[in-house]
Structures are given as C-alpha cells and as structure tokens.
Design a binder for this molecule. Structure first.
Ligand code: GLU
Length: 500
C-alpha cells in the first residue's frame, strides 16, 4: 500500500495572510482531500523578530472562513505535534549537530563586521562574496581552524552559527511536479546558515526536519521558495532521508504591468488582497465576497480544469484538482473577474440565504420589514447585484417612499396631462380588491385600451412616481410588493409635488 498523502501549509506568522498564501493553502487542501490525505497547518515562528501578534489566529480564521480547515495543527493536535516551531525549538540542535558529525555542516564564527568587510571588498573588485567552497577555508570556521581552536571558542561561549557545507562541482538534478526537471550547478550555492547560537534553527533546517518528522509526502508552496529547493534536497541527502515531492506554484501577478501582486496594488485599485480585514485593510469577507467565490477565483489562479468551465464548488474542485494542471507561468490577478465570480455565486444562493444577510442591512437602516417581503424583494433584484451590499441601492424604493424624483426623467415624463391621467390610475388602483401583480396589470391595461391612451403616457410616469427613477423590475410586481395603500400614497404625493 502506498503511503498516506500528507501535506502542510507552513506560514510564518508575520502578518495577515496574503491572498497568495491563501491560494497555497487551498491547493494543499485540494490535493490532500483529492487523495484522501491529511492537511496540516504548521506555524513557522522561529524568527521571533518578525512575529506579529494575532497573525496565527488570523490565518486559522481565514482557512475556516474559506471552508478549508486543517486536520492537524495548533489546537488540533494529531500525532505529530506540537505544530508551532517555537514549541519544537529544543529538537533542532541535535539535527544540526548530526550534520556536523557526518561532515555536512560546520561551525562558523565570523562576526557580522568581518562578513561585511568581505562583502565590500569583493564588491570593490567587481565580485560577489559567497560563503562557500570558494573562500570558506579563508574564513573563521571549524573547517579552517584547528579542533583545539574551535573547542576553545565554543568553550568560551563565542557566538557561532552552523552552516551547511554545500558540495563543490556537482550537477544537482531537482524534480518539481509542475516544472519538471531542473539542473543546478552546486558551485553557485552558498553555505546557508542552519542554526544560530541563540538556540534557534533557521527556516531551512526547521522546515526540513519538521517535514520529515511530520511525514510530509508533498511540499506545495509558492514559487518564491524554488531557489531554496537545491539546499532542501541536499539537506535530505545529508540526513539520509527520503525527500518529499515538490510542487512550486506560479506567482500571482499584478492586474496590469509586471511583477508580483502587492498590497499597494490593492490600495491603488481599490480591491482587497487579504481574505479578512487586517487593521485598515479591508478583506474579501468584509468587502462582501462569499467564501465560495474566493475559493473559486483562487483555484483558477494558476490551475486550469482543461475545459471551459469556470464555476466550481469546493467539492467539485476536490474531485478534479491535480498538480499536473497547475501552470508554470505567473497567474494574473483580475479584480473585475473576481467580482464576476461573486455575482455568479450570489445568483446561486437561495432567496432565503440572501434575505437573511440583507435583513441585517435593513435593520441597521432602522427599516422595519418582515422576512417574507425581504425575500420577495431579493428575488426581484438579485439578478442585477454583484454583492449583497448592492441590494439597498437596487431596492430602497420597496421600503421607503421616494423623497425626490430624478430630474431628467421628470422633464421627459411629466407632461401637462399626466396629473389627470395619474388621478385616474389612482382610482383604478383604489378599486382593486385583489392587489396582485397580474391582476393589477390586467385591469390597468384594460383601462388604457378602453381610454385609447398610449402605454408611454401611463407606464413611464407611473414608474417615476413609484420608484423615484426609471429603474427597477416589472412595475406591477413593485406595486404588489409595496401594497395598495402605499401605491396610492405615492401617486398622491407625486401629483402634489410634481404639479407645482
Ligand atoms: N515559512 C515559509 C513561508 O512563510 C514556508 C515555506 C515552505 O512552505 O516551505 O512561506
């Protein structure tokens, strides 16, 4: 039996989750669920300087809001915890020492000033300083110093780091599920720091050790980690461990121009780049997006189903997702299209669901209405909405009498004989006992033809005085919904207001 698929999302809690991070989480989730595997959340918080209060809670809330909860992680302990690296910090040193013992790592004592000096010196000569086989023997480390000197330094409590000893003159073949084979010349690799004397591992060491201990089978992460892949593969080799499979997801690009999508693009373009609000930045949730829409547009940022289909539920995505269909090239972020997805998902919601959200908005506006009416209004207007927050502008006249009338429309529709015609409409409406759309329509139309009037003389001005504008759905439906009394009142009010 093949081993169980286990993937992890491993953010550093340095701020709110960017939409790109959320996509990484989503692809991990989809891959895990498609393959009957586990989706883990691991918090990579070894860099205490960059730790931001509240970021971990934010990440968890964002995953839950999207409907992609993790199976194991902080607060959901499985057999591989703890899931915060800061709580695992005591286990990493032994691994760093193991690499020193087997000749794959070494102590280095160079001070920041000394490294700075070498960097500048190289720059002046038009070269780049790389701490590796080129010059490691000229620097202060356990490869260049004698065993006694090293022991003395360690004994005296001098600051040190443990560096990986990257190999010389090797062609390293890396495999990425999305990008295929990549060959790297190890001579360009630097001897990355794995561990610091403050007792903390760096990202590289902690990440590899934890992926191994947590039995991760596939590492799915953003393209920005591709340059670390060579080191990671070398680390697996150095430990003698089987490496997981790797898949690096394409970057998410700005809506226009070159480069990665940034927070600034969102500020400039007036669209969110975070799933939930964070300080003064509005999130997708608060901007009125449905999680289904966010999941849908994120899934198509870099992945394609191979068909024309654009709308996918999370369950459908789980069925058909595959890493092989993830593109290599950057995926352009399209805020307009994201709105379209929301509009599509809004149309798929039931009137009950939408009314439930909308009624809160109405209550905040101090408008008293019953649920049944809100539901019927919603069914009339939702077609034209992208967000539930559009509902009010599309439907205010259902809930309150117009206080003014659109000027151009008045000029065009309100003729000398209109008040007289409206008086007659008033009478017709007053006489209707069954105040229901099709019934009103039949009676009004009968009267129009009997009087040999044109529709243009009746319907547009009637809409103007009922709605305040020329917008809105079928006028007889509006009349039914606002009711007989209110319809009559609106006509009366308009006759007085507009005839003066
Ligand atoms: N902690 C890294 C990050 O913040 C994880 C990268 C990885 O998945 O290996 O994205």
């Amino acid at each position: 039996m093949s081993e169980k698929v286990r993937v992890r999302f491993a953010p550093s809690p340095t701020g709110p989750l960017h939409i790109g991070g959320l996509r990484t989480a989503l692809f991990n989730y989809l891959f895990a669920k498609k393959n009957g595997g586990d989706f883990l959340l691991r918090i990579e918080d070894t860099d205490q300087n960059r730790y931001v209060e509240g970021a971990e809670e934010y990440i968890i809330e964002a995953l839950n809001w999207c409907g992609i909860p993790f199976d194991e992680g902080p607060g959901k302990e499985g057999n591989f915890g703890p899931y915060r690296q800061s709580e695992r910090k005591n286990l990493y040193k032994a691994y760093a020492l193991q690499l020193i013992e087997n000749g794959n790592a070494y102590y280095a004592f160079d001070s920041a000033e000394s490294l700075d000096f070498h960097r500048k010196d190289h720059e002046e000569k038009g070269k780049t300083f790389i701490y590796n086989w080129h010059n490691r023997l000229k620097l202060s480390n356990s490869l260049s110093l004698s065993k006694e000197e090293v022991d003395a330094k360690l004994g005296a409590g001098e600051d040190y780091v443990i560096r990986f000893k990257s190999p010389q003159d090797e062609q390293l073949i890396l495999n990425d599920i999305i990008r295929g084979e990549i060959t790297i010349d190890t001579n360009i690799l630097d001897d990355k720091v794995l561990f610091k004397s403050d007792g903390m591992p760096t990202y590289h060491l902690a990440n590899i050790v934890d992926d191994h201990l947590m039995k991760i089978t596939h590492v799915i992460r953003g393209e920005e980690w591709l340059p670390s892949l060579a080191l990671h593969q070398l680390l697996y080799q150095a430990f003698g461990w089987d490496a997981p499979k790797f898949a690096h997801l394409p970057l998410i690009m700005k809506p226009v121009g070159k480069g990665k999508l940034s927070k600034r693009d969102g500020e400039k373009g007036g669209f969110p780049v975070f799933p939930l609000s964070w300080n003064e930045s509005t999130g997708y949730r608060e901007a009125g997006f449905f999680p289904e829409a966010v999941v849908n547009f994120l899934a198509l940022l870099g992945w394609n189903p191979g068909t024309e289909q654009e709308i996918f539920s999370l369950d459908e995505l789980v069925q058909i997702f595959s890493l092989e269909r993830v593109n290599k090239s950057g995926a352009r972020f399209d805020p307009e299209k994201n709105n379209w997805y929301n509009q599509q998902w809004l149309q798929r919601k039931t009137d009950d669901e939408l009314a439930e959200i909308f009624i809160k908005d109405l209550q905040e506006r101090q408008i008293k209405v019953d649920f049944a009416k809100v539901k019927r209004v919603v069914s009339q207007i939702k077609e034209r909405a992208v967000f539930v927050s559009d509902f009010w502008n599309l439907s205010d006249y259902f809930f309150q009498r117009p206080t003014n009338y659109e000027e151009k429309a008045v000029k065009k529709q309100w003729k000398e004989d209109t008040p007289q015609i409206m008086e007659e409409v008033l009478e017709i409406l007053s006489g209707i006992t069954e105040f229901e759309s099709s019934n009103i329509e039949t009676l009004v139309k009968e009267w129009i033809s009997k009087k040999e009037l044109s529709f243009g003389k009746v319907m547009p001005p009637l809409r103007l005085i009922i709605v305040g504008d020329m917008k809105g759905p079928h006028l007889f439906d509006i009349l039914e919904l606002i009711g007989k009394e209110e319809s009559i009142q609106r006509i009366k009010t308009a006759i007085t207001t507009l005839s003066n």
